[in-house]
Design a protein around this ligand. Structure first.
Ligand SMILES: [Zn+2]
Length: 197
């Protein structure tokens, strides 16, 4: 499947990449945010491809919907304000449900492990992420762990690496890149060119 058709369904390169990686067994689980109105095509895609999708029981109200942000407050799904749902997609149903449970109970550690994030980066996130400090980006040192173009929808990783040189994160990004290159070489080349600062 070409990335372009996935892109039309999910509306973002980073989201399309993640779904592709699930389909190719390179990722065990993904967690993405969507508004209710955006969900039907994703749900249809998942059922067509035997992927399990679980939706969070709450919505997240972003503090600034016009800017890329990592911050937000939880509101009940019955709240009339427009909030984003988290969805968890996996080939394995239990993994998707467990992810939603870990998020609900704020268990970032176990959620991170389910998502396949390196333990060193999970610890880094647990120790440094808080209300005042929500952007844990490092100055870029290589294309693999470069998160600085996330706002432009160009990035290989879905987690904050503990450092730009984190070996496990670099290996993950290289593994993801290899799949992208196999599926759509032109797209992959474009991404890596941008990330190569
Ligand atoms: Zn790390």
């Amino acid at each position: 499947m070409l990335l372009s058709s996935l892109l039309q369904t999910v509306g973002s390169q980073q989201k399309a990449q993640e779904i592709l990686l699930i389909l190719h067994n390179q990722k065990p689980l993904l967690r993405q945010g969507y508004y209710e109105s955006e969900l039907p095509p994703i749900q249809a895609f998942c059922s067509q491809h035997s992927l399990h999708l679980v939706k969070s029981t709450f919505k997240v109200l972003l503090d600034d919907p016009n800017h890329f942000t990592n911050k937000g407050i939880r509101i009940p799904s019955t709240d009339p304000r427009s909030g984003m749902y988290f969805i968890y997609i996996a080939k394995d149903e239990k993994t998707a449900y467990l992810a939603s449970y870990h998020e609900l109970t704020n268990n970032h550690h176990d959620l991170g492990l389910l998502l396949g994030y390196p333990p060193c980066c999970i610890d880094f996130f647990s120790n440094h992420f808080n209300e005042q400090h929500t952007n844990l980006e490092h100055p870029p040192a290589n294309p693999w762990t470069n998160l600085t173009l996330r706002e432009k929808d160009i990035c290989l990783l879905s987690h904050f690496p503990c450092s730009s040189d984190c070996e496990q994160s670099i290996l993950l990004a290289q593994k993801y890149y290899a799949t992208l290159e196999q599926v759509d070489p032109t797209y992959a080349k474009e991404i890596i060119t941008h990330l190569n600062i």
